[in-house]
Design a protein around this ligand. Structure first.
Ligand code: 4AD
Ligand code: MG
Length: 429
């Protein structure tokens, strides 16, 4: 007997196969029962007929509950109308008849679902989201590998801040204080001198007090850092990466996007060049759209939503005021008040998915910035050193994985994109 995965059923039409799965739904109409099976790779319907099974088995089949685990033996057939395959059950065996499943079909509030995240992960939408996330992760690795980037694993326990000191998780580190990393960027900057083009991909931490649908306290970032590049080249790499990632999902996750009811037109659209506007242009546009944003202020979540609703393709916003950006960003020679930086905003109201910049590569200017930002020169001495031994123009960017998954899946809230979300209100389960 061939042990098969639901995704391969089309290759086994009219053959008898064995499937190990969970019953994610079931219904019965007298002499016939339908079990919706979930085997990890997909969903398929098993049909049990009282005439095909002996009386004892048929009676046993009545004991099925939601999430019961089962081994099914049956013949594969194609759905008469749809591109779906079904199993006509000839025999089955329960691994376990599940207790009453807390997540029934009725609508639950999101808090209940999050409290039961360990179970909620099984439902079809959540299943689809994690599959899309997995494709986006694999595509990231594939893209960087194909483009000769070396993966550098940056540390999680760090002695200093990367993205400002207000959102740091602090912990006792023997006789010292350590912080959980906010971004691997500074360490990647060290690695470019050995490897030229590098990336990392791992969890980062922000003690975000924000309660928006875009913020987590623990999320996954992929940072990239490149030697000998300028801002335009940096944006080009991001554009290529996003295209590569989205194309991978469109190719590999058709069924998942269907479950999510994602309109794929806007995703197919990203073959066009991304929009590029300056911060000043963005502020003007936002004011026209009725925002009360002041010149010099950072874009709020509502501003990002408002702005990106106007676009059908991702948008780079460049040249933010240096005063609202990080200490390491190089300034624009034409206008010293602006940073050579760009945020990448996803369209359809989604907002920022990546932040990047040219880095200050001059020792004395960087020293001045560190002092201006009241950071410890001693702690950053290693980072300053990089500007002493073969300094080069360089830059990079960091993508928030969960923000991209949210956009690509077309869902509302970032908390559904990570298996076990952490926010200011939630550290369980
Ligand atoms: O814009 P950010 O803060 O940039 C950096 O950390 C740079 N050091 C990256 C670099 O240049 N290598 O964060 C990068 C991205 C954001 O664009 C956003 O997508 C995501 O990380 N992000 C968050 N995602 C979820 N929850 C949060 N609290 C996030 N904060 C940032
Ligand atoms: Mg940012």
């Amino acid at each position: 007997m061939e042990q098969v995965s639901i995704k391969d059923l089309s290759q086994f039409v009219d053959q008898e196969v064995e499937i190990k799965a969970w019953v994610s739904n079931f219904r019965s109409s007298g002499k016939i029962a339908f079990w919706q099976l979930r085997d990890g790779a997909g969903f398929a319907q098993a049909i049990l007929n009282s005439t095909d099974l002996d009386e004892v088995k048929w009676q046993e089949a009545q004991k099925v509950t939601l999430e019961t685990s089962v081994k099914i033996i049956g013949k594969v057939s194609k759905h008469p109308k749809k591109e779906e395959y079904e199993i006509q059950v000839t025999d089955f065996e329960f691994y376990q008849i599940a207790e009453e499943y807390p997540i029934a079909k009725k609508d639950h509030g999101v808090d209940f679902l999050l409290d039961n995240r360990h179970l909620w992960l099984r439902s079809s939408k959540q299943w689809a989201i994690q599959r899309v996330r997995n494709t986006l992760i694999s595509a990231t690795y594939d893209f960087f590998r194909e483009n000769d980037f070396i993966k550098i694993d940056s540390p999680i326990l760090t002695p200093n801040a990367c993205e400002g000191t207000t959102e740091l998780f602090e912990l006792d580190y023997f006789d010292n204080t350590a912080y959980l990393s906010q971004s691997g960027q500074l360490y990647l900057e060290a690695a470019i001198f050995a490897h030229k083009n590098v990336f990392d991909f791992g969890p980062v931490f922000r003690a975000e007090k924000s309660k928006t649908r875009r913020h987590l306290t623990e999320f996954w970032m992929m940072d990239a850092e490149m030697a000998f590049i300028d801002l335009a080249e940096n944006l080009q790499v991001q554009e290529d990466l996003v295209r590569f990632m989205v194309t991978a999902v469109l190719e590999k996750n058709k069924a998942e996007l269907e479950i999510l009811e994602r309109d794929i037109k806007p995703l197919e659209n990203i073959i066009k060049p991304f929009y590029k506007i300056t911060y000043t242009e963005a502020v003007n546009k936002l004011q026209e759209l009725g925002s009360d944003i002041k010149d010099g202020a950072d874009l709020g979540a509502d501003d990002e939503t408002k702005l990106t609703q106007e676009y059908d393709n991702p948008i780079f916003i460049t040249h933010y005021p240096a005063a609202i950006k990080s200490f390491y960003m190089k300034r624009d020679e034409q206008d010293e008040t602006k940073a050579l930086c760009a945020d990448l905003l996803a369209p359809e109201g989604y907002g920022e998915i990546s932040g990047g910049s040219q880095r200050e590569d001059d020792y004395n200017v960087l020293l001045k910035r560190i002092k201006e930002h009241k950071l410890s020169v001693e702690d950053f001495q290693w980072y300053l050193d990089l500007r002493k031994y073969g300094s080069v123009p360089h830059g990079g960017f960091g993508f928030g994985l969960e923000r991209i998954v949210t956009w690509v899946c077309g869902i509302q809230h970032v908390r559904e994109t990570i298996p076990f979300p952490r926010t200011i209100y939630r550290i369980k389960p």
